[in-house]
Ligand binder design. Structure first.
Ligand SMILES: Nc1ncnc2c1ncn2[C@@H]1O[C@H](COP(=O)(O)OP(=O)(O)OP(=O)(O)O)[C@@H](O)[C@H]1O
Ligand SMILES: [Mg+2]
Length: 259
């Protein structure tokens, strides 16, 4: 029986905090662990997932599905090195606004596809909370500074008011004395903390080479942290679909289920 994919919307109020980097690397990490993952570049102003994956020349994508009624299956491309499926953004499309009805139609059709996870990268800024409600979870991203955190807290208050499930991930942590630490951020945020990702120059090397760092820099601090995040999603995914390929997680599950 087909299992409904778990839909994660990656969001932040402020720009440049690492949403796209996290969306791409988390999706690739889950795909590497054997899960069927669809990464959707749902950034309606500056789609950028294609640049991270060497797929920026796609001539069909999210824009076409939303605004032109293109068939979602026909607009999805495959990132061969990771096995990740990608509904790209169109870098040549002008910024556009998406209505609640369009978002609802999109989520309904994406939810019928045979994926374990659908991960949506989005543009920064305040969003229609009704649209956020369509996701199973919103993963907020912040950097460890007051302006970024307070803007995220505002989004999370709106999410709480609408009973949207959400979690917070802190990115670009350097451990300097002037950064907010995890405890300070947790004290401000009413929701689940999803951990932290370190500042890591290899991330930018990965973007420049169009090979996500998670695919070839296993020992980098960022990759270790993103793999922990992927494991957390894999183990907590409500429907607990089994990955198709053998992986550490499936072995762990098998061992746990043995008497
Ligand atoms: N953990 C990290 N370590 C080092 N550099 C990082 C890290 N995370 C993100 N970056 C860098 O920060 C910059 C912004 O990241 P990214 O584009 O992913 O942010 P964004 O939130 O998607 O931005 P936008 O809001 O404009 O869509 C990029 O140059 C990226 O390489
Ligand atoms: Mg982005």
């Amino acid at each position: 029986m087909a299992v409904k994919p778990y839909l994660i919307r990656i969001a932040s109020q402020k720009g440049g905090v690492g949403k796209t980097t996290i969306a791409v690397n988390l999706s690739a990490a889950l795909a590497q662990k054997g899960y069927d993952v669809l990464l959707v570049d749902a950034d309606t102003t500056n789609p950028a997932c294609g640049f991270h994956l060497g797929m920026e020349k796609s001539n069909r994508g999210y824009y076409d599905v939303i605004k032109k009624g293109s068939n979602i299956k026909e607009a999805i491309g495959i990132h061969a090195p990771s096995g990740l499926h990608v509904l790209n953004g169109r870098i040549d499309a002008m910024p556009f606004v998406i209505s609640y009805a369009e978002a609802k139609r999109f989520v309904a059709s994406a939810s019928k596809l045979p994926y374990d996870f659908v991960i949506l990268d989005t543009q920064p800024g305040f969003y229609d909370p009704k649209i956020a409600e369509l996701a199973d979870e919103v993963l907020f991203v912040t950097t460890p500074d007051m302006p970024s955190c307070t803007s995220t807290i505002k989004l999370s208050i709106e999410a709480n008011n609408r009973m949207v499930k959400h979690a917070l991930l802190i990115n670009r942590v350097q451990g300097t004395r002037y950064e907010l630490n995890e405890r300070e951020i947790a004290d401000m945020y009413e929701g689940r903390m999803s951990g932290k990702l370190p500042e890591d120059p290899l991330v930018q090397e990965g973007i420049a080479s169009q090979i996500p760092v998670v695919l070839n820099r296993k020992k980098s601090p960022f990759v270790k942290a993103i793999n922990r995040l992927a494991d957390m999603y894999a183990l907590n995914k409500p429907s607990k679909a089994q990955p198709r390929r053998s992986s550490v997680i499936s072995i762990f599950r098998r061992r746990k289920s043995q008497p």
